[in-house]
Design a protein around this ligand. Structure first.
Ligand code: FES
Ligand SMILES: [Fe+2]
Length: 343
């Protein structure tokens, strides 16, 4: 049987493809938005852009979560500046229109005679779905998507044995890469490159037994590799379509999210959690993570330059090592094609 082929190079960096992906993928999937630790008290908010969609999630005074597009109904101003913190109300930063905690327009500040003509029903904030799972807050822009728990399927079981709620959230690291987001995602999805690019990691794990198992019905894959010293791999490295790696261990976890910042730049966002925030071993974990990211950034940016050069179109995927790359690319291609079919 011939090897499956990669997505065409024309998908990596093209503005029209990026726009189609925004509608087909980013506006439809459940996405990790923030650690629960940043959204567990009334008034706390997180405002961030997800693939060009400015979103905020806030904890209402009654403790429930609300999510909205961060776009005012007047002239598209932001309700909250990007970042996280605490707010006492939802007032647009541009001209001061005020919204209630359900997103309905409460007042159009000093608007003048036509004030009464503005229908609060049609001038509210556009809602976004929000759900909590374990120690993470997820969002979905699609009102018709299945609920989060149904969408996660057996991924939930994969994480059950880890006491995620007991891990303390420590910090976030954000890195900008000069490549399309899929260049980085493809790279995450195979261990084929480890002996060449990650000598430190290669010394720790037995790459000859590196495996990536795909669970297509639940939209994720699982990486496993035994340690060279014979100790069992006590963690789980999970990647959920389209962009989230959950790396979970007994001693903590990190969540790595991959976002497009336009067609030719990628934001990699790491959130770190530890069972014991004072454990000196945490510094090693962070160092390994940083070095690995340096190595992956260098290769992804080089690959992107080569994809842009115009000499490469597609190539074969290794059945032994790159099945998850094939799954991811096929899943993406089907999503984008389905939306084109609806148009
Ligand atoms: S844009 Fe929000 S009040 Fe004008
Ligand atoms: Fe890597």
């Amino acid at each position: 049987m011939p090897s499956p082929r990669t997505l065409s190079a024309s998908w990596y960096g093209n503005r029209a493809v990026h726009q189609r992906e925004r509608l087909a993928v980013w506006a439809r999937e459940w996405l990790v938005f923030a650690p629960l630790a940043r959204l567990d008290r009334p008034g706390q908010y997180v405002a961030a852009e997800i693939a060009g969609w400015p979103i905020f999630v806030v904890v209402r005074p009654d403790g429930s979560l609300a999510g909205f597009h961060n776009v005012c109904a007047h002239r598209a101003g932001p309700i909250l500046w990007e970042g996280h913190g605490t707010c006492g109300n939802l007032v647009c930063r541009y001209h001061g229109w005020a919204y209630d905690w359900q997103g309905a327009l409460r007042s159009a500040r000093d608007f003048g005679d036509a004030d009464g003509d503005i229908d609060p029903e049609t001038h509210g904030l556009t809602p976004v779905r929000v759900e909590a799972w374990r120690n993470l807050i997820w969002i979905n822009l699609d009102a018709a998507a299945p609920d989060l728990h149904t969408s996660l399927g057996s991924l939930d079981d994969q994480c059950r044995e880890f006491p995620m709620e007991q891990f303390g959230y420590t910090h976030q690291v954000v890195r900008t890469l000069a490549c399309n987001w899929k260049t980085y995602a493809d790279n995450y999805l195979e261990g084929y490159h480890i002996p060449l690019l990650h000598p430190e990691l290669n010394r720790e794990i037995d790459v000859s037994r590196y495996q990536v198992l795909v669970y297509p019905e639940d939209d994720y894959c699982l990486h496993t590799a035994p340690a060279r010293d014979g100790s069992a791999n006590a963690g789980r490295w999970l990647f959920r379509f389209p962009n989230t790696a959950l790396n979970v261990y007994r001693t903590g976890m990190n969540v790595e999210r991959i976002f497009p910042d336009g067609p030719d730049r990628t934001l990699v966002v790491y959130d770190y959690f530890f069972a014991d925030a004072d454990d000196p071993a945490n510094a090693d974990t962070l160092k390994v993570s940083e070095v690995t990211l340096d190595q992956d950034q260098a290769i992804c940016e080089a690959v992107q330059r080569n994809l842009d050069a115009g000499i490469y179109r597609t190539g074969p995927l290794s059945p032994r090592h790159e099945a998850a790359v094939g799954w991811f690319q096929d899943r993406l291609r089907r999503a984008v094609t389905a939306v084109e079919g609806e148009a």
